[in-house]
Design a binder for this molecule. Structure first.
Ligand code: AHR
Length: 506
């Protein structure tokens, strides 16, 4: 009897009833969730480019196309990667693009001063990156060197990649084997100008931006190097001092790091560390609201996009790996972080029109990890794949009432959600149960449309610390979600602790 009572009690304690509710107005919504919110980032850092994307054409058994791994291309095609940022990051402000074109044997070597002090042989350059983007089906986003480069260098890079007529740079491109321009739209004007990009003040950088942007011609989407997390002054100055006719996007960088001096292990972390990581990740909501408020003051028509071109979890590197290479494993914690962050981006798609998870392969919150010829898909990959149904769909406004996930005196929302309607009228709802231990029961009241069928996919695991390893690469992968019902216009779902669910209504 006592045993039965204890069992009942534990069931009651681990299931959070009745408080979670969502009202969705399925016939409403005007904003398109730009597919570019689902962008990625590839820097010359550790094994992201070399060994990750690129193995070279020569002495390798790894199947490749012009040196780019075929398995990586295939995985990223499935992910529907809309854009890829390159060559950095901090590396971008040390990068001189002319070093990376022409015969590979003649390219100069440089030292990658930011990341491990390794020799960079420039074998992966502009042609390699832009051709690779074509293979993946992603739009390139080039990050131009402002910190240690020149205005001329950037304007010549644009001429090299985009000009169709006769000019010194377009002729050189043709000599190097590419007849037609790639027509690169997205250009970053420096990176982290407040830090590794030159340690500038906002006021100084705003002037520098004006100078560079003047000579960045054509139909371009120019992105100003943006604020570090809650540096609202930075956004204020950029929006105030840069004329908006020469500004298409303002960046924002925010990493979910518990403490820069004590980041903690990527896999061996406590419940408290999980909570703190999620707290830092969910701060994205506040950051977007506050940066947007400033942008609205100067740009009420929302012409200038907020571009979160670096985000993700940042932990200690894996034991016995180069500290400068930022190689970390990826657990179910990262999947929850990704799902909740993407819901925030979706819900703010009126202003957030582009974002880039840092970084694609083998660095920080990677979607892919490689080990020689082996490749694995991380839990974050699976979330990005499950969520790609939102790309270019119409955001459905929703009203969410959620339980709280408490730790000590601190609280976070237990459930995160966003919803969209695609061009065929299919609705997708992405739900994250952030709570570590409690199942969350949720009721969704769908108004304004009638759906006949519901299905879903779930990503979860036994422990939040679980991850996919090269020995067990499919430990965490999406499965059919059955704990859901549709009755008239009411959906009821049971979300297991630390899970990501995407529902589809037809
Ligand atoms: O993504 C790693 C680094 O983080 C980038 O190079 C830099 O922009 C940021 O500080």
């Amino acid at each position: 009897m006592k045993k039965y009572f204890l069992f009942l009690l534990s069931l009651i304690c681990s299931t959070a009833y009745s408080q979670n509710a969502i009202v969705l107005n399925a016939d409403q919504g005007q904003e398109i969730i730009s597919k570019h919110i689902y962008g990625h980032f590839s820097e010359h850092l550790g094994r992201c480019i070399y060994g990750g994307f690129y193995v070279g054409e020569g002495n390798t058994k790894i199947p490749n196309t012009q040196g780019v791994r075929n398995d990586v291309v295939e995985a990223l095609k499935k992910l529907k990667v809309p854009n890829l940022r390159w060559p950095g990051g901090c590396f971008a402000d040390t990068y001189h693009w002319k070093d990376g074109v022409g015969p590979k044997a003649k390219r100069p070597t440089i030292v990658n001063t930011w990341w491990g002090g390794v020799t960079e042989d420039n074998s992966f350059g502009t042609h390699d990156f832009l051709n690779m983007c074509e293979l993946i089906g992603a739009e390139p986003y080039l990050s131009a060197n402002v910190g240690s480069g020149t205005v001329q260098e950037v304007s010549e890079w644009i001429q090299y990649t985009n000009f169709d007529g006769v000019s010194p740079m377009s002729n050189w491109r043709k000599e190097n084997g590419r007849e037609k321009p790639w027509n690169v739209t997205y250009w970053g004007v420096g990176n982290e100008a407040w830090g590794c990009g030159g340690n500038m003040t906002a006021e100084y950088y705003a002037n520098i931006y004006r100078q560079y942007a003047t000579f960045m011609n054509g139909k371009l989407f120019r992105i100003a190097s943006g604020a570090n997390s809650a540096d609202y002054h930075w956004t204020e100055v950029l929006m105030r001092d840069i004329p908006h006719w020469m500004l298409e996007g303002v960046a924002l960088h925010h990493y979910s790091v518990i403490d820069w001096n004590k980041k903690g292990s990527a896999t061996n972390f406590s419940e408290e560390q999980y909570f703190q990581t999620m707290k830092r990740a969910l701060m994205m909501e506040e950051l977007i609201v506050k940066h947007t408020t400033i942008m609205d003051k100067y740009d009420p028509a929302k012409k200038v996009a907020l571009v979160v071109d670096e985000w993700g979890g940042w932990y200690d590197v894996e034991p016995n790996t180069n500290p400068g290479f930022l190689y970390q494993q990826n657990t179910m914690r990262d999947a929850i972080l990704a799902g909740a962050t993407l819901n925030i981006f979706n819900n703010h798609s009126d202003r957030v029109r582009m974002a880039n998870l840092a970084q694609t392969v083998n660095v920080l919150q990677a979607v892919l990890l490689t080990n020689e010829e082996k490749l694995l898909l991380t839990p974050t990959y699976h979330v990005m794949e499950m969520y790609n149904v939102h790309q270019d769909a119409t955001l459905i406004p929703l009203n969410l009432k959620t339980n709280q996930f408490a730790m000590g005196n601190d609280k976070l929302p237990a459930v995160s959600a966003s919803a969209s309607r695609d061009k065929n009228g299919v609705m997708h709802i992405s739900l994250v149960n952030i709570d570590l231990k409690s199942t969350q029961e949720i009721t969704l009241d769908v108004r304004g449309a009638k759906y006949n069928s519901i299905s879903g996919r779930i990503l979860t695991s036994q422990k939040i610390q679980d991850y996919n390893s090269f020995e067990a690469p499919e430990k965490i992968k999406p499965a059919a979600f059955k704990q859901v019902s549709l009755n008239g216009n009411v959906i009821k779902a049971t979300l297991p602790a630390h899970s990501v669910v995407v529902l589809e209504l037809k």
